[in-house]
Write a protein that binds this ligand. Structure first.
Ligand SMILES: Cc1cc2nc3c(=O)[nH]c(=O)nc-3n(C[C@H](O)[C@H](O)[C@H](O)COP(=O)(O)OP(=O)(O)OC[C@H]3O[C@@H](n4cnc5c(N)ncnc54)[C@H](O)[C@@H]3O)c2cc1C
Length: 392
């Protein structure tokens, strides 16, 4: 049987694509190695842009999230500053006449809402099915499963063929034909939940320090912390008891967010930039983290991935059935995503390089850049727009 589209990975990006395609009447089937009801990744606080909200509204997931117990926390202000230097910028929702600059949601809550929407819409999702490799020929894409991948109680006929394979496996590992470039930042992100002594009132922080950026995202009654550090320093921080960790955070971050009373769920992730220069080839498209894995400094990764999914769904829905996965369709998709992907990658990388450096001759222009961005309304508007919707 030849499907229109097979989606590899029912994470947030693959699920969004599948929902958008199914709503347009496309024959789509989704495969994921995780068991039904589990999340493919450890939990983390994700900052969703306003553009992400619009997409999630259109696929009927926003409503589910707004009533979920661990639902959405609005970000009403973002305070951007650097430690040990002048310069500060504050982005405020009211300056733009909008209720929130973005929203924070836990990865698990988002995944649960997407799973519920897939079930409600009757989209074919095969859980517990590990994909080994995705290949493309001129006629169709072929998805091969790992030995014994399908559960005994729900065997599936493999390999699976489709006009188009959309790979959203989070790493791009299943698709060897789409080459990825890799840059290791030599740093890790230590993530944790931290509780402030006073309510956060929707205020998020991005603070650039000599050891790299630190972000605090308001998430329910606490903050989601992303602390960039060397692997050795992060291991030390993970080993500290609660009060020593909180004292270390207070020293490192300063007092802008007040004091912290509790920490939980400390973990670390390696920080790399990986991206496919060309995300579509021979009946296959890589999207989401499979197409670009970004440093979490600006909270852009998932937002860019969501726009990949939305745009791909549109290009597929605008194509006659026979053209799905054809070279002209793939070229249209790649072209339509180029500017947003390149700027998401460049913007995040530049922030890491410019704001992660402690050289005095960088600190001064960096302070000036923050001050100017804050003081010059058109520049600030353009910056805010890029943060909220991406670059078009
Ligand atoms: C510390 C940290 C903080 C972050 N904060 C933010 C933020 O604030 N805002 C933001 O926009 N982004 C953020 N990100 C990035 C965000 O987490 C990712 O962009 C997002 O999870 C990517 O979604 P995805 O669906 O592409 O991949 P994933 O979330 O990795 O999902 C991949 C899915 O594919 C499945 N899968 C994998 N391999 C196979 C296989 N072989 N066979 C079958 N199924 C498979 C997995 O089970 C999983 O369900 C952050 C990342 C980190 C590390």
């Amino acid at each position: 049987m030849l499907h229109d589209v097979v989606v590899v990975g029912a994470g947030p990006v693959g699920s969004t694509l599948a929902l958008a395609l199914a709503a347009g009447g496309v024959d789509v089937t989704v495969l994921d190695g995780r068991a039904a009801g589990e999340a493919g990744r450890s939990d983390r606080s994700l900052a969703l842009s306003l553009g992400a909200r619009l997409i999630l509204e259109r696929i009927g997931v926003w409503n589910l999230l707004s009533v979920a117990p661990q639902g959405l926390t609005p970000i009403v202000r973002i305070d951007i500053s650097q430690a040990g230097g002048f310069g500060q910028m504050v982005l405020a929702a009211e300056e733009h006449g909008i209720p929130a600059l973005g929203y924070v949601v836990s990865y698990r809550a988002l995944q649960a809402a997407l799973d519920a929407a897939l079930l409600r819409e009757g989209v074919s999702v095969q859980h517990g099915v590990e994909v080994a490799a995705v290949r493309g020929t001129s006629a169709h894409a072929v998805v091969e499963l790992k030995e014994g991948a399908a559960p005994v109680e729900a065997p599936i006929v493999a390999p699976i063929s489709a006009r188009l394979a959309a790979v959203a496996d989070g790493t791009g590992e299943t698709i060897a034909s789409i080459a990825r470039r890799r840059l290791d930042y030599g740093q890790v992100a230590l993530v944790a939940k931290v509780w402030p002594s006073t309510p956060h009132r929707g205020l998020a922080f991005e603070r650039f320090t000599s050891h790299g950026p630190v972000a605090l995202l308001p998430d329910q009654d606490r903050y989601g912390l992303v602390w960039t550090a060397t692997p050795d320093r992060a291991r030390e921080l993970l080993a500290l008891d609660e009060s020593a960790f909180l004292a270390g955070l207070a020293r490192h971050f300063g007092t802008r967010a007040g004091t912290f009373t509790r920490v939980a769920d400390r973990r670390m992730f390696p920080l790399v930039l990986e991206f496919a220069a060309e995300p579509a080839r021979a009946r296959c498209v890589a999207l989401g983290n499979a197409a670009q894995t970004l440093h979490p400094v600006a909270g852009q990764g998932f937002n860019v991935g969501l726009r990949d999914a939305w745009e791909l769904a549109h290009v597929v829905l605008d194509s006659p059935r026979d053209e799905i996965g054809a070279p002209a369709m793939l070229r249209r998709y790649s072209r339509s995503r180029r500017a947003d992907r390149v700027s998401g990658i460049a913007f995040t990388h530049a922030l890491v390089r410019l704001f992660g450096s402690d050289l005095p001759f960088v600190r001064w222009p960096r302070g000036l850049a923050l001050t100017l961005l804050d003081a010059v309304p058109p520049a600030k508007r353009a910056f805010t727009h890029a943060m909220l919707f991406g670059v078009r």
